[in-house]
Design a binder for this molecule. Structure first.
Ligand SMILES: *[C@@H]1O[C@H](CO)[C@@H](O)[C@H](O)[C@H]1NC(C)=O
Ligand SMILES: *[C@@H]1O[C@H](CO)[C@@H](O)[C@H](O)[C@H]1NC(C)=O
Length: 253
């Protein structure tokens, strides 16, 4: 109620300042005030929830997208657009979780090795060369084999997105309104969900954003639990959420 009363109050003050009512500058100013009040009331978020639901995103798109991008790198973005650089706006967990800023507003370049002949071995070299430095974006709690599983899981997911829903949306591309809403990560919950991941890396090794305990990866039995968790976001609906976000983010690079 209080917020609604503010609209006429600001409008009156603004217009009474103007000796020339209804001139273009006055109307622009009034428009700006209305937009600001609308933003303060959160109206665009409700609008975006509708837009994204109509575009076929799930109600948990914050979590499916945050999972798909939380450890995104420039190399991975290049899968979706070869022109990708660190000049992107994908929110990621800071590789160095000792810094106070836990979430970066972009996906960074990361080092992979180059001394080996296959990509796989070079990635393993990159992971193992960081063990003990806790600056690979996972925090202090992951064992070496858990770090290896995480990195290859993410590459596997990005390839899965690329070979499935990414291909589908090329013939049914997201609208500008959908892209505007899905890219508004500060307000649509995606950045908050990446922050959730960063916060939980301080105390554990979350694989999903479901806040379930997970055993240390030590044997076939614990791997069985890990495998189920790792496959959680491989549903067509979750893959589509991620593909739409990645399409919108990379289409203009
Ligand atoms: C992060 O902080 C911990 C504890 O203070 C320390 O042991 C570790 O070396 C730090 N890591 C980096 C990458 O600075
Ligand atoms: C994602 O959004 C849902 C629905 O708004 C909310 O219940 C959930 O807490 C959010 N998840 C995270 C990790 O922020």
């Amino acid at each position: 109620m209080k917020d609604k009363e503010r609209v006429p109050a600001i409008k009156d003050t603004d217009l009474s300042d103007q000796s020339h009512l209804y001139t273009l500058p006055a109307m622009l100013r009034l428009f700006t005030v209305i937009v600001c009040v609308a933003l303060a009331l959160g109206a665009p978020n409700r609008h975006c929830e509708d837009v994204l639901a109509r575009a076929g995103l799930t109600t948990k798109y914050n979590e499916t997208i945050a999972h798909a991008v939380h450890s995104m790198t420039v190399d991975a973005l290049k899968l979706f657009n070869p022109r990708a650089t660190a000049n992107n706006r994908v929110p990621t967990v800071n590789q160095d979780l000792n810094q106070s800023q836990k979430v970066l507003p972009y996906a960074p370049h990361t080092e992979t090795g180059s001394g080996f002949s296959t990509m796989t071995m070079n990635i393993i070299d990159g992971i193992l060369s960081q063990i003990g430095h806790s600056n690979d974006g996972l925090g202090p709690n992951w064992s070496p084999i858990e770090r290896v599983a995480h990195v290859f899981h993410m590459w596997d997911l990005w390839h899965k997105i690329y070979t499935t829903t990414w291909q589908d949306i090329q013939t049914d591309i997201p609208s500008q309104a959908t892209c505007d809403c899905v890219l508004d990560v500060d307000n649509n919950g995606v950045k908050a969900a990446v922050q959730w991941v960063a916060d939980h890396y301080e105390s554990g090794t979350p694989i999903t954003l479901l806040n379930r305990p997970i055993p240390k990866l030590t044997d076939a039995q614990s791997w069985g639990v890990w495998r189920d968790r790792l496959l959680h976001y491989y549903t067509p609906a979750a893959l589509k959420d991620a593909a739409i976000y990645l399409y919108c983010e990379t289409q203009h690079m």
